[in-house]
Design a protein around this ligand. Structure first.
Ligand code: ZN
Ligand code: ZN
Length: 277
C-alpha cells in the first residue's frame, strides 16, 4: 500500500504542539501536585483507553450501564485520541484485516513509522466507517462526544492549569498525554514486531511483558488477537493485566457485569474466534 503524502492540518499541528509542550515541561520544575497530576492522569486516562475504547467499545467484552458507558467514552476522550466511535471503528478494521494490504496500521505491510504514528497523522483516516460501529451510533450521547472529541481533552488541560498553573498544564496534561500516545501506539507498532508468539493467529501480534506493564495489560497482544472477545488479555497469573483487575473490582461493586473470560479450550489454543466485526 502506498502512503498518502503528509498534509498539515489542525489535528497534526496540535499533535506536534503538544509534543513540543511535553519537551518544554522538562524546563519547568514540577512540584508534587504536577507529578501526581501527570501520573494520576496517565493511569486514569490509560484505563479509559484500555478498559473503555479498547475492551468495551471496540470488543464489547463486558457489559455496563448507559451512564458508565458515557463515563468510559469521556475518560478515553480525555487522552486526546479522538472519539470512542472513531477509535473502535478503526480498531475493528485492524482485527478484521490484520497484516493484510488494507490494515490501517500494519508494521509488516507499511513499516514501523506508519504503524506507530503515520496513519494517525494521515487525513485519509480522519473519518471512519459508521457501518463498523452501528451498535454504538444508536446512542446520541456517544455520537455527540465523538463528534466534539476536543471537549474532554480541553476540560482536562484547563483543569490542570487551574489546579497547578502552567507547570500543571505542561506536566499534568501535555507530558502525560504524550506518554499516553506513544504507549498506546506501541501496541500497533512494537507489539506486532517484538515479543513472543503463543498462538498461531496468521498475523504478527506478539506478547510483551514490558508493554503489558506500560499499558495496563495490553501487551498480551498475541493472546488478544487469538481471542479478541474476552475482557482478559493476560491468560495466566504471571501475565499482569491491571485493566482486567480493575474490571473485576468494578464488577464487585456492581458497575460492570458479564465480563467475558477465555475458556480453558481457548487458553489451550484449541479454540479461537473470528475478529469482531
Ligand atoms: Zn494488533
Ligand atoms: Zn483489539
Amino acid at each position: 500500500m502506498t502512503h498518502p503524502a503528509f498534509k498539515p492540518s489542525v489535528g497534526s499541528t496540535l499533535f506536534f504542539a503538544i509534543h513540543a509542550a511535553a519537551v518544554a515541561a522538562f524546563f519547568v520544575k514540577p512540584d508534587l501536585t504536577c507529578i501526581l497530576l501527570c501520573a494520576g492522569l496517565f493511569v486514569v486516562r490509560k484505563f479509559g483507553i484500555t478498559g473503555g475504547y479498547h475492551r468495551y467499545f471496540s470488543h464489547r467484552s463486558f457489559k455496563t450501564s448507559r451512564w458508565f458507558q458515557f463515563v468510559l467514552a469521556f475518560l478515553g476522550g480525555m487522552s486526546a485520541q479522538k472519539g470512542a466511535l472513531w477509535w473502535a471503528a478503526h480498531h475493528r478494521h485492524h482485527h478484521q484485516h490484520s497484516d493484510q494490504e488494507d490494515d490501517v496500521h500494519s508494521v509488516k505491510q507499511q513499516g514501523f513509522y506508519w504503524a506507530h504514528i503515520g496513519w494517525i497523522l494521515s487525513p485519509d483516516y480522519y473519518a471512519y466507517d459508521e457501518k463498523k460501529v452501528k451498535d454504538l451510533t444508536k446512542f446520541p450521547e456517544l455520537v455527540f462526544i465523538d463528534r466534539y472529541h476536543f471537549i474532554p481533552p480541553a476540560v482536562t488541560g484547563l483543569a490542570c492549569y487551574l489546579i497547578a498553573g502552567l507547570p500543571g498544564f505542561l506536566w499534568g496534561f501535555c507530558l502525560s498525554t504524550v506518554i499516553l500516545y506513544h504507549t498506546t501506539f506501541a501496541i500497533n507498532s512494537f507489539c506486532h514486531l517484538l515479543g513472543s508468539t503463543r498462538y498461531e493467529t496468521g498475523e504478527s501480534s506478539k506478547n510483551s511483558f514490558i508493554l503489558a506493564i506500560l499499558t495496563l495489560g495490553e501487551g498480551w497482544h498475541n493472546n488478544h488477537h487469538y481471542y479478541p472477545h474476552c475482557a482478559r488479555q493476560g491468560f495466566f497469573w504471571w501475565e499482569i493485566d491491571p485493566t482486567y483487575y480493575v474490571l473485576r473490582l468494578l464488577k464487585l461493586v456492581g458497575i460492570v457485569h458479564e465480563i467475558r473470560e477465555p475458556s480453558q479450550k481457548v487458553i489451550d489454543g484449541k479454540e479461537a474466534t473470528a475478529a469482531l466485526g
